[in-house]
Design a protein around this ligand. Structure first.
Ligand SMILES: [Zn+2]
Ligand SMILES: [Zn+2]
Length: 102
């Protein structure tokens, strides 16, 4: 069977045939709005902190000379705001009501 996507599941280290254990994401060279997965084995993994970032399209990781660094300036991690439940709209006569000041 020839499945072209199966090739991408190997370790990204040059000439490495180990089974990948980790992955991170790299900006797609074709489409700047999407990212490509980079897989690596234990020997070719970048640092965990780096793996949390999206890397530049031209990132050379995993480069054995730079591991566990990668040689690019990864994109900042987006600040995920926790979803706050929307405050329900109150009738105007209820809004801002506090205990009556006797
Ligand atoms: Zn490898
Ligand atoms: Zn990188």
């Amino acid at each position: 069977m020839t499945n072209p996507t199966a090739v991408e599941l190997g370790c990204a280290g040059a000439g490495c045939t180990n089974s990948p254990t980790v992955q991170w994401r790299r900006r797609s060279g074709q489409n700047a709005d999407s990212t490509d997965a980079v897989h690596a084995c234990n020997q070719h993994a970048i640092g965990l902190e780096l793996a949390a970032h999206v890397h530049a399209a031209g990132c050379t990781a995993p480069d054995p000379a730079k591991l566990p660094g990668c040689g690019c300036a990864p994109e900042p991690i987006p600040n995920r705001q926790p979803q706050q439940p929307a405050t329900p709209e109150l009738p105007p006569t209820w809004a801002g009501q506090t205990a009556p000041a006797a």
